[in-house]
Design a binder for this molecule. Sequence first.
Ligand code: MG
Length: 298
Amino acid sequence: MATIHPVSSGKARVAALLLCCIGMVVLSAELRGTGPAPQAQSTSAGAQEKWPAGYTDTPVLPDTRWRVHDIDRPHPRVVSPGTFSTPEQPGRPPSDAIVLFDGRDLSKWQTQGKATEAKWKVENGYMEVVAGTGSIVTKENFGDIQIHVEWAAPKQVLEKSQGRGNSGVIFMGRYEIQVLDSYDNPTYADGQASAIYGQYPPLVNPARPPGEWQVYDIVFEAPRFEGDKLVKPAYFTVFFNGVLVHNHTASMGATRHRALAKYEPHPSEGPVLLQNHEGNLVRYRNIWVRRLAPYDTK
Ligand code: MG
């Protein structure tokens, strides 16, 4: 149990407060890793640092050039995390994200197949499908990415099954994660919201009611080809409203309707496409991507 010493004079109180502040600053600097850098462990020196910043005498990790706790291993870039969305307010992307849509304009998008401006409606911080204007694609091409997408199906339910709030987030213009109003809406399992369309249903169905904002956080790994040969399939890891629905699942190939998916060689990067499915009035907001790179790259 700690002993509390009564502080008798005003001076002593101030001194104690100052000491306490200095202690807190030092402690906080150490917690942030900004304090004085400890020395690396030296194999020759007799005395060892209590908290070395790394080691030079540990085993090398298999299939890497780095030792366990390697002092020379590069530190990851610092990224300011964003904030989460609320139903009323979209969150803020992380600092290294490429923002594809911030609620204001479609400058990062164009009409699929035409290279003309995207003609979907933008109002009140979201974009909305306009019937007859086609699907839209990003002007920029991507390979391996993390993407954040928020969407909402029309509140008014007019049709059923695949006719209800249908759209899609389609990677490289080929590999679709389905967008559909899947709140109490029977349809084939591999066609409901967040399905790898025509291949895998989501592991569970965490859909919110139509009219509410839904959130996809997707890690997409592009397939790799050597000449005409597929050497690595595309992979999906998908969170739907924060719930895991695909866990590093290999895609069977480019999305098809009522047919088997298959791979055909294509460039290493391609656009992200948002599907205009027969003019279903789906809305999108807060779309951003981060390009992915292997470990130890800046
Ligand atoms: Mg679709």
